[in-house]
Write a protein that binds this ligand. Structure first.
Ligand SMILES: C[S@@+](CC[C@H](N)C(=O)[O-])C[C@H]1O[C@@H](n2cnc3c(N)ncnc32)[C@H](O)[C@@H]1O
Length: 509
């Protein structure tokens, strides 16, 4: 079949035709083929259905022949469209010539890749290129596709993009770049972006994503994990949404790392330390095993390389059955032969049983290279809603760690603090009771934490606007409450430390 490789995947558009990509970009923008344009055309329910891989509502919403409808059918819904209609919107001959489009019998043409409009964090109009039928992840499952299929943006992709620290840096590495989404974001704040992947098709697609989004090209390198990184080469930022799935055998390159258990994630984290510049961040999504008789926190803590602070957040835990089902559905195996499905399910459970794995944790790992004598490693479970983007919250967490590491209790009392924005106080107790049972401080931004405080803690936080030192505030509270100021100064620093650590209070410099 024309335009199809031996793997059954389409031949990709030429990545050495930036001129054609630029013309395609202009035409797409001219027809409002953007995230906002798509939402306007389809309406929220059809747009949301598309995100669940359900195309029927979008097909119904694009039965007209406006330029935008033509582009949605072509690039998101994999529909053949008459050449004449396409030529009215796009430089059709150039696109046929450079492989973005194929002739598919009669006078119709079809796209060779999916192109999904993607709005950048500052309102940029970007486009994510992926294999056909892979622009929108969701319930459909990837089906029985070739192992090298390259997916578009999924929930994990946007999670990592959201938690990434976005300070301007010289050199960033996107390891396992796939469609190039992380490299695309990194191009906004890194002078040099290196994108690697085991799968050459992913590197090709990343080049297309960057060119079509109108951002500078990245340096593309093929290879596994840190192999493509040169001897002595270091980065200010490393990001990776790796193939973290713990599966009984490698099958799909985008998700099955091919190493046993959670070894791929462990290797990635362990090897990242020496590739980071001082102060540089490495941020990963990861899965880790919960093994019988072992504390999962100890397991993941042991991955942290020397010379790095770390913040590890477990967002979710699934039991082994849920986990096997999730990934069997992801690959569409639940839609195949029932006996085969059962055998595959069995194989996943055999693998887990052999390793004494009871569940799998999913979360984020952030490392920051430090020269501190005693690095700080925080491992916590936080399954509650958070507010993305979280990159700034994560950067600030490490800044506060530095502050706390450098200030003992006496220093804290000399320090000035400010209540973080959008922290509120809630009083919890029986209706009608004169005094609350306890007082809770709650963040409405970032991690959206809540913490119980005593009357002193609540009063202290309420006064913190950076003007008075902590010690002076405590003296005033002691006077008001008729307490001994020396005792109050003695017992409160632990509470202040916790409030700073968790981001309720910020050191006022
Ligand atoms: C889950 S996808 C992530 C893609 C993209 N970065 C994102 O955030 O959507 C994982 C990517 O890692 C690549 N990969 C798989 N095994 C790898 C390995 N051993 N070394 C480097 N990359 C690998 C896959 O080809 C795939 O592109």
């Amino acid at each position: 079949m024309e335009g199809v490789t031996d793997s059954g995947l389409a031949t990709l558009p030429a990545s050495d035709r930036p001129d054609v990509a630029a013309r395609l970009r202009t035409a797409l923008l001219g027809a409002s083929f953007t995230a906002d344009g798509l939402l306007d055309l389809l309406g929220a329910p059809a747009y949301a259905a598309l995100a669940r891989s359900e195309t029927v509502p979008a097909l119904r919403a694009t039965r007209g022949d406006t330029p935008l409808e033509t582009l949605v059918r072509l690039f998101l819904l994999q529909q053949p469209v008459p050449y004449a209609r396409v030529a009215g919107v796009l430089p059709a001959d150039d696109l046929l010539d450079s492989g973005w489009l194929n002739r598919v019998g009669g006078d119709e043409v079809a796209a060779t890749v999916d192109v999904r409009p993607y709005g950048g964090s500052d309102g940029e109009d970007w486009f994510i290129v992926s294999d056909l039928g892979c622009a929108v992840g969701g319930a459909g499952g990837i089906g029985r596709r070739h192992e090298g299929v390259v997916l578009g943006v999924g929930g994990a992709s946007t999670t990592l993009a959201g938690i990434t620290v976005r300070t301007p840096v010289a050199a960033a590495l996107d390891l396992g770049t796939g469609s190039g989404i992380q490299a695309l974001h990194a191009a906004q704040h890194a002078t040099r972006v290196t994108a690697t992947d085991l799968n050459p098709r992913a590197l090709h697609i990343t080049a297309l994503t960057l060119a079509l989004s109108g951002v500078p090209a990245a340096e593309l390198r093929e290879g596994s994990l840190f192999e493509p990184v040169k001897e002595g080469e270091t980065f200010d930022l490393i990001v990776s949404n790796p193939p973290f799935v713990i599966s009984p055998g490698a099958r799909l390159t985008y998700r099955d790392g091919g190493m046993s258990g959670d070894d791929l994630c462990r290797s990635l984290v362990q090897q990242a330390g020496e590739r980071l510049n001082e102060g540089g961040f490495a941020q990963f999504l990861a899965n880790w095993q919960h093994v019988a008789g072992e504390d999962w926190q100890d397991r993941v803590r042991s991955w942290v390389p020397r010379g790095c602070d770390a913040w590890i957040v477990q967002r979710e835990v699934q039991d082994v059955n849920q986990y096997a089902e999730l990934w069997l559905r992801d690959s569409g195996d639940h839609r195949g032969d029932p006996a085969e499905y059962q055998a595959q399910y069995d194989a996943w459970l055999d693998e887990f049983e052999a390793r004494k794995v009871k569940g799998v944790g999913f979360g984020w790992i952030t490392l920051r290279r430090t020269s501190a004598a005693v690095p700080s490693v925080t491992v916590e479970e936080w399954p509650h809603p958070i507010e993305q983007p979280l990159g700034e919250t994560i950067r600030a967490h490490f800044d506060r760690l530095d502050y706390l590491r450098d200030h003992d209790d006496a220093d804290l009392l000399e320090g000035h603090f400010r209540l973080a924005v959008e922290v509120v106080q809630e009083q919890v107790g029986l209706p009608g009771a004169e005094d609350p049972e306890h007082v809770v401080l709650r963040q409405h931004r970032g991690m959206r934490r809540a913490t119980k405080v005593d009357t002193v803690g609540a009063g202290f936080a309420g006064v913190c606007d950076g003007t008075l030192s902590a010690g002076r505030i405590l003296d005033a509270i002691a006077q008001l409450m008729g307490e001994d100021p020396v005792l109050l100064r003695d017992r409160t620093p632990a509470q202040i430390r916790l409030l700073v650590e968790q981001g309720f209070l910020e050191p006022a410099v």
